[in-house]
Write a protein that binds this ligand. Structure first.
Ligand code: MRU
Length: 312
């Protein structure tokens, strides 16, 4: 399997060959591939590789499952491929999953387009674009469609510490597409909201509990609370594969804790005193009451009514 090596962006666009399911699991764990949908699609292929290798399927399943605990698309994909009977079926199922992300992203673009009026200034967090969801993406998908149709749109891109997916990946995608945007430090979002320079917040999701609570990249919750305080609509965009019917609420969503060195070091340089400790939760949960709507390939869902509106 060949993937884009995301940590090299925006400096260099390079492809990486993952030769077996163990390499695939490692690429997911170390965030060479990242973003909920891309993690799902890649893990699906990883499970298919295990079939092709004649490996112990249960061991491969467990290894892949443990790479990233929060993004439920991973489990969704490996469950589907694990249920196949032959390697041929497994490869076909993995291909189907990847193709579904492309189709769902395109639908999310169409469904969310009505929210992007001419001149809309959007604020987004992390990266939920081409790189994160195979081709279109989720949150940026309506922005891409609006821009391609000639509608004027501007985006505030949160830098998204500590891994800086906004500054390095979302901005890189927007540069390729020609979408006008400005990167801001995470702490600057409230400043622009209060000045009336943000019309809409649009973010992705890694797991959506059935009560409408949403786990997304750390810092999302803060933006949602600020948006409510400032009367700004706050939308989440995600394919329905990100809805976890087994999660009753946000408290049941496992939150990945990553290595503290992601906080201590920037660009290889230590920025904190030796011996200081750091905490590094990779995601947070935004309660449903802060979310105006969830843009899915099936339409815009009301987060507080999700349990009633949604069936797989
Ligand atoms: O830790 P990452 O980079 O894999 O984070 C996932 C994300 O990119 C975001 O949380 C995103 O908003 C949802 S991914 C479609």
């Amino acid at each position: 399997m060949i993937v884009i090596s995301q940590p090299l962006l925006p400096k260099r666009f390079a492809l990486l060959r993952l030769r077996n399911y163990r390499q695939t699991a490692e690429a997911i764990r170390t965030m060479i591939v990242r973003g909920a949908g891309t993690i799902g699609a890649t893990a699906g292929y990883g499970m298919a590789q295990a079939f092709l290798e004649g490996a112990d399927l249960d061991a491969a399943y467990r290894l892949l499952l443990e790479t990233r605990p929060t993004a439920v698309d991973l489990k969704h994909a490996i469950d589907r491929v694990r249920a196949c009977r032959t390697a041929r079926e497994a490869v076909r199922e993995a291909e189907r999953i990847a193709e579904e992300y492309v189709a769902r992203g395109a639908s999310i673009a169409r469904v969310g387009l009505s929210l992007i009026k001419p001149g809309t200034r959007v604020l987004t967090h992390c990266n939920a674009g081409w790189l994160a969801l195979v081709d279109w993406g989720s949150a940026p998908a309506p922005i891409y469609l609006a821009h391609r149709r000639g509608r004027k749109v501007f985006v505030w891109v949160d830098e998204t510490r500590p891994r800086c997916q906004g500054a390095s990946l979302t901005s890189w995608e927007f540069m390729q597409e020609g979408v006008p945007h400005t990167i801001i430090a995470d702490n600057a979002a409230g400043f622009y909201m209060r000045r009336g320079e943000v019309d809409l917040c649009l973010v992705g999701a890694d797991r959506i509990a059935i009560n409408g609570d949403v786990a997304n990249k750390i810092g999302t919750y803060t933006k949602a609370v600020l948006a409510k305080e400032n009367g700004i609509p706050f939308y989440v965009a995600a394919p329905t594969s990100t809805i976890d019917p087994h999660c009753r609420n946000g408290d049941a969503i496992p939150i990945e804790e990553r290595d503290e060195d992601e906080i201590h070091y920037i660009g290889g340089q230590r920025i904190s005193p030796r011996g200081a400790r750091a905490a590094n939760p990779a995601f947070d949960v935004t309660p449903a009451r802060y979310i105006t709507g969830i843009i899915t390939e099936r339409g815009i869902l009301n987060p507080t009514q999700l349990g009633r509106q949604w069936t797989r």
